[in-house]
Design a binder for this molecule. Sequence first.
Ligand code: CUA
Length: 157
Amino acid sequence: MHLHKYEKIWLSFGFAALIIFLSVVGVSAFHQGHAPSGGLQKVDPDNLEAIPPFDKPGVYEKEDGSYEVIAIAEAFGYTPSEIQVPTGEEVTFKVTSKDVTHSFSIVDTNVNMMVVPGHVNEKTHTFEESGTYLIVCNEYCGSGHHFMSMEIEVVDQ
Ligand code: CUA
């Protein structure tokens, strides 16, 4: 088979780029311990009942008037499954998973976290409008994935 000179040059470019890309992914995954963005805080997924704050999932008002929501994702639902928070206040969601990778995506907001067992992911959001917000799982996690959801009731104070 005869290869034209330019064809050889472009083929080597292609192979070199492929090797560089795979090395970057390989090093970040196997050497640096690939983790989801934000999930720097670690937690033992098999022992969540004993580890604060995940031993008591729920909504907490903090001293500065903002709120914290502690939630656990598990096939196929969230604990707690329904919460209530006020409008206009900062709400920080701290979420982890008990079993497999899920997500915590609040419809109509920019909150969309990947929830990975062993890691704690968090995101802060202020609800400007009252109403019922749906949280869904965006990561395929098994046969009940499509039913995995929870609700946030945002109420005017
Ligand atoms: Cu949990 Cu999909």
